[in-house]
Design a protein around this ligand. Structure first.
Ligand code: 5GP
Length: 189
């Protein structure tokens, strides 16, 4: 059986990567989404095993020591990582798998799986990104500024990815990601 393809989707907060992933997943039954593990507290409305696997620092470190994580990163005092087992199983079964992770994790995945396809989602402009982050309204000025700084760091990594998709229009961005997946699948044939 042909193994599945591993896709990593990154982009700054506010670029719309989550919405794009959701749409891509809705439209293709063969694709699976890897739920990350984190030590941060759940936010309101977040569900365990859906948004993240919420674990203690001890649990995270144990899995890390056992080699159970495909990649991980420490971000603002909390660990984030991709549980290895499920991803490997899905790939073996022939499913394509999407990881929605930051660039630190993306480059670890590329080291471990050179055949992984890295896609970076860009906002149409820095002004637009600023407006989207500020427009969320749920953040304090301090966290918004911090997210903005992080977003600028993220943007600087875009040219190291295999593909860049500008999310000016959601439908078009989703189609572009689907097109990338089609191209990558055709390389296997
Ligand atoms: P948040 O706390 O806002 O959900 O996520 C914070 C950051 O961690 C975001 O940049 C997000 O992309 C990143 N992130 C989420 N899951 C993972 C993961 O499994 N691995 C890595 N390396 N980063 C992750």
């Amino acid at each position: 059986m042909t193994k599945g393809k591993l896709y990593v989707i990154s982009g700054p907060s506010g670029a719309g990567k989550g919405t794009i992933c959701k749409k891509v997943l809705e439209e293709d039954d063969n694709i699976r989404f890897s739920v990350s593990m984190t030590t941060r507290e759940p936010r309101e409305g977040e569900e365990d095993a859906v948004d993240y696997f919420f674990v203690t620092k001890e649990e995270f470190e144990r899995l890390l020591a056992e080699g159970g994580l495909l990649e991980h990163n420490l971000y603002v005092d909390n660990y984030y990582g991709t549980p290895r087992k499920q991803v490997v199983q899905w790939l073996e079964e022939g499913h394509d798998v999407i990881l929605e992770i930051d660039y630190h994790g993306a480059f670890q995945v590329r080291d471990a799986y050179p055949e992984a396809v890295l896609v970076f989602i860009l906002p149409p402009s820095v002004e637009e990104l600023r407006a989207r982050i500020m427009g969320r309204g749920s953040e304090t000025e301090e966290t918004m500024n911090k997210r903005l700084d992080e977003a600028m760091n993220d943007l600087a990594q875009a040219d190291k990815y295999d593909y860049r998709v500008v999310n000016e229009n959601l439908e078009a961005a989703v189609e572009e990601v689907q097109q990338i997946m089609k191209i990558e699948r055709s390389k296997e044939a």
